[in-house]
Ligand binder design. Structure first.
Ligand SMILES: C[S@@+](CC[C@H](N)C(=O)[O-])C[C@H]1O[C@@H](n2cnc3c(N)ncnc32)[C@H](O)[C@@H]1O
Length: 235
């Protein structure tokens, strides 16, 4: 999958296209294992770690889990896949391929894929949905930190992204995501209003603080009653 620059190219698109597939894709926080994610999501982990949550789900389901990590290299997914008592495959998405060839080969033997794509383009979510087909996720992670700044701060973008993520989730699946500050769409939407809108529409969502950042975090659990589509913001 590659970014296509069309006639509606914006400054963001140009900036992102300049990073895609290059060595410029370097960040202060990068390639983190899932134990580093625990610190960001502690307020919504209900006393578990992401590893213990995955181990519990693996025992409950009795089949290999599938995890997706947005705005990340495969490092966190790999650390889950090699943890004792868990069988897990997965997919990560970021702007570049940072792995040595040997690591790529080992990952693919474990069923771990990395996709280079621009998540700021709503079409990327549709492409991923098509590629995943019936493979749904049990765990979705998104701890993009500064990567969130390269996504549109727009409620309609988040509506597309969130609906795609919901479709990608199995019943019982858990989404752990950082949220940006204010989203500017037809209305200004804060993380608090955004989560309130989800809850109003029957989504099992709640917000937590991230002790090491001003960014909020959200946990969503997909249940039998989760609607197929949500609106953001509520109109
Ligand atoms: C700060 S790093 C975070 C990496 C990882 N989640 C972690 O916690 O170690 C930000 C990541 O976001 C990715 N990223 C930034 N903008 C993106 C975009 N528009 N589409 C896809 N990935 C993007 C970068 O490629 C980078 O891997």
């Amino acid at each position: 999958m590659t970014a296509e620059i069309d006639n509606n190219t914006t400054q963001r698109d140009k900036y992102v296209a300049g990073i895609m597939g290059t060595k410029n894709d370097s960040w202060v926080i990068m390639d983190s294992s899932v134990t580093h994610y625990d610190a960001s999501f502690r307020s919504v982990l209900k006393g578990e770690t992401i590893t213990s949550l995955a181990r519990r789900r693996y025992k409950e389901l009795g089949r290999p889990l599938y995890a997706i990590d947005f705005l990340a290299t495969p490092a966190a997914i790999r650390s889950l896949a090699v943890a004792p008592g868990i069988e897990l495959q997965g997919l990560s998405v970021s702007l570049s391929e940072q792995r040595r060839q040997r690591t790529q080969q080992n990952d693919s033997k474990r069923g771990i894929r990395h996709v280079v794509a621009d998540l700021g383009r709503p079409g990327t979510y549709h492409t991923l949905l098509r590629e995943l087909g019936d493979n749904k996720a049990d765990i979705i992670l998104q701890r993009g930190w500064g990567g969130l700044n390269l996504l549109p701060k727009d409620a309609s973008y988040y509506e597309v992204a969130f609906n795609a993520m919901l479709t990608m989730m199995n019943e019982g699946a858990i989404l752990l995501t950082q949220l940006p500050g204010l989203l500017e769409g037809a209305d200004l939407v804060s993380p608090d209003l955004c989560v309130a809108a989800l809850v109003d529409q029957g989504v099992d969502a709640y917000l937590g603080d991230n002790p090491t950042s001003i960014r909020k975090v959200m946990r969503v659990e997909k249940t039998h009653d989760t609607p197929k589509r949500i609106r953001l913001p509520l109109t």
